[in-house]
Design a protein around this ligand. Structure first.
Ligand SMILES: Cc1cc2nc3c(=O)[nH]c(=O)nc-3n(C[C@H](O)[C@H](O)[C@H](O)COP(=O)(O)O)c2cc1C
Ligand SMILES: Nc1ncnc2c1ncn2[C@@H]1O[C@H](COP(=O)(O)OP(=O)(O)OP(=O)(O)O)[C@@H](O)[C@H]1O
Length: 325
């Protein structure tokens, strides 16, 4: 997939089949939309092109109160690529873009730059300054500019539309199985493994600290997870804490992963953490010994849970390794 950051990098004279959206999480609704995009692109024999934004519009308009993102940019790009998209155009959502009228978005972005031949969009899609652009406006623009317009069909689960908002709600309640069923795969956070304070070693539970960057995930607590080393393509059953470590006076939000029954030097590696089940909330313990005993119980609980997970496969990580660990 070609990642194009900004329209001035768009290759000249290429027509395209386009869809637009945040695609945070790339849930089953997004996947279905991207499958329609792929099939329309094949029909037109043109590149399947996604327009998305960085930052996300809500982060631009409400920097303090925007909903927590499901994915960092790298994971979003990877998930969109895995859905068979040829080109991802990432537009900088800045003041200039926010003030662009819906008419200008159509003529400058869709027509002049992307040379859109076919556009797929949900009928609730709004765009442009004050969100004045809508499906009806696109219908008449399609006639004027000679592109075809396709309304995407809405994917429901339990009679409700699948959405990034629903996934966030499940994650914040620790409902991992429900989030998995909307995403079509376990919820994943990935990042580089950085050095921690190394107290974990003294506790007897060494942890890999995954850099979260600006990501403030919707979930918190102690979890049974799969940890995939994306550099080596290996996968390990593990237990993880996503929290602030109140027992040791921590303040910063950290994702710490302890591999069960395996030792691996992960420093500097890119680690993908797939959340399978929540074991408990994070707690402040009166002593390090109590914390240590609880982590041992967490590890046992995760080991038991992950035993039933061995058939779960991941295209990026080998399952053989997981069976060995
Ligand atoms: C499975 C697991 C559960 C944890 N639960 C808690 C907890 O409930 N409360 C807490 O303060 N810290 C908890 N921690 C974090 C430990 O305090 C942390 O791993 C330790 O301080 C080591 O930090 P280090 O990686 O910087 O060496 C947990 C860690 C793991 C791996
Ligand atoms: N359940 C769904 N079924 C079909 N298409 C969907 C579904 N959810 C989103 N889409 C489409 O995917 C594109 C990107 O959606 P977007 O990420 O902006 O919305 P969303 O997932 O509903 O998120 P939010 O909960 O923040 O509104 C849009 O064109 C939208 O219409």
């Amino acid at each position: 997939m070609q990642l194009i950051r900004g329209l001035n990098r768009w290759p000249d004279n290429t027509e395209s089949v386009v869809t637009i959206g945040n695609f945070d999480g790339v849930h089953l609704g997004h996947q279905s939309m991207l499958a329609s995009l792929r099939s329309a692109a094949d029909t037109h024999q043109l590149p399947a092109t996604v327009i998305s934004f960085e930052p996300l519009p809500q982060e631009y308009f409400m920097p303090q109160s925007a909903p927590s993102r499901l994915q960092g940019l790298r994971d979003r790009v990877r998930s969109i690529e895995a859905s068979g998209v040829d080109r991802l155009v990432l537009l900088d959502f800045d003041s200039h873009f926010a003030e662009q009228s819906a008419e200008d978005f159509i003529s400058d972005v869709l027509i002049e730059q992307l040379q859109t031949r076919h556009l797929i969009i949900g009928d609730d899609f709004c765009f442009g300054h004050k969100r004045r652009g809508n499906f009806q406006m696109l219908t008449s623009a399609a006639k004027t500019h000679g592109f075809t317009l396709q309304r995407s069909h809405t994917c429901l689960q339990d009679e409700h539309r699948i959405s990034s908002t629903r996934v966030r709600e499940h994650l914040s309640k620790g409902e991992l199985a429900a989030a998995t069923s909307l995403l079509g795969r376990p919820y994943r956070i990935s990042g580089r493994v950085i050095h921690g304070e190394k107290v974990g070693r003294q506790l007897g539970f060494p942890t890999a600290n995954v850099a979260l960057g600006v990501l403030r995930p919707a979930l918190r607590g102690v979890f049974a997870v799969w940890a995939c080393d994306l550099e080596r393509g290996t996968r390990h059953a593990a237990v993880a804490n996503l929290g602030e470590r109140p027992t040791v006076g921590g303040r910063k939000l950290l994702l710490e992963v302890h591999l069960l029954d395996a030792e691996a030097d992960l420093y500097g590696h890119h680690l993908a953490v797939d959340f399978i089940a929540q074991l408990r909330h994070e707690q402040r313990f009166a002593s390090l010994d109590e914390l240590k005993m609880q982590i041992a119980r967490d590890a046992d609980a995760a080991r038991e849970l992950m035993k039933d997970q061995m058939t779960y496969t991941d295209p990026l990580c080998s399952t053989d390794e997981a069976r060995q660990t």
